[in-house]
Design a protein around this ligand. Structure first.
Ligand code: NAP
Length: 244
């Protein structure tokens, strides 16, 4: 039986990915720094505990992240150990348009994809659009301001449960290199998303929509971070807010 290791199994997308694999009858072990029920303890930055965590594993679903520069050593340690351990498939998540929006964090995502593809371990990379929680955070982060500022862009947010389910499906398939991008069901302007958030939270603070200058803003305004065509995700931002 194929054994799966899900790194970041306590995280936003790691948790539903591990749950989806278990629901599909797979043997799954999680990995976090502290470990716990169903998860081993290992630190991907230092590499401590990693070899032990990979023992007997066939497929790694890499969803651990510091959401910062530590992601590079984390993935380097993981791919080196995974290659040595003979891992047959490494599945990881990235961000739609990371090669087209000139943003440091996105450039790093491209570098992470390149590290994985060059690692010698058969890889599947799934780019996804922004999670619902990230869009919500844009609004909640401004709680001390009398208004809510937002850029004049659109987003196509997706549910982490749907990304997790997709990661599980890919992990049980053959390595594909780059999988087709996935996004949520609707492309909505920040003005529309803010109106939904206001209604759901009872906030009365008005939105102030502005167009930031520069190439990064132009890329977002052009929508390169979204997925044209039929949508993968089904849960809308409005439904996400209602479910909370
Ligand atoms: N937010 C978005 O809109 C979006 C969109 C597309 C893709 N993504 C990508 O999706 C990925 C997952 O994001 P997320 O929001 O699910 O992350 P998250 O909720 O912050 O979870 C991060 C996970 O990584 C683990 N972790 C952190 N440092 C670790 C270390 N040194 N060693 C081992 N485990 C470590 C954490 O567990 P412990 O803290 O318990 O160790 C936790 O389980 C990221 O790569 C992110 O860039 C995000």
């Amino acid at each position: 039986m194929t054994k799966f290791l899900v790194t970041g199994s306590s995280g936003q997308v790691g948790k539903p990915a591990a749950e989806a694999l278990r629901a599909r009858g797979a043997e799954v072990v999680g990995l976090t720094r502290r470990g716990g029920p169903g998860a081993v303890a290992a630190d991907l930055v230092s590499g401590e505990g990693l070899d032990k965590a990979l023992a007997g594993v066939d497929t790694v679903v890499h969803l651990a992240s510091g959401n910062n520069k530590r992601d590079l050593p984390m993935l380097r340690n993981l791919t080196t150990a995974a290659a040595a351990a003979g891992i047959r498939h490494l599945v990881m998540v990235s961000i739609v348009g990371c090669d087209r929006v000139p943003l440091g964090f996105y450039r790093q995502k491209v570098e992470l994809e390149e590290i994985a593809l060059a690692s010698g371990v058969p890889v599947t990379i799934q780019r996804a659009t922004q999670f619902h929680s990230l869009v919500e955070q844009v609004f909640t982060a401004q709680k001390f301001l009398p208004v809510v500022f937002g850029p004049a862009w659109s987003f196509q947010p997706i549910a982490v449960e749907e990304v997790g389910a997709r990661m599980a499906e890919l992990a049980q398939g053959a390595p594909r290199g780059r999988a087709e991008d996935i996004g949520g069901p609707l492309q909505q302007t920040v003005r529309e998303l803010h109106a939904l958030w206001k209604r759901a939270t009872g906030s009365r603070r008005p939105g102030v929509i502005f167009r930031p200058p520069g190439k990064m803003s132009a890329a977002y305004a052009a929508g390169v971070h979204m997925v044209p065509g039929a949508a993968y995700g089904q849960q809308t931002f409005e439904q996400y807010l209602q479910s909370r």
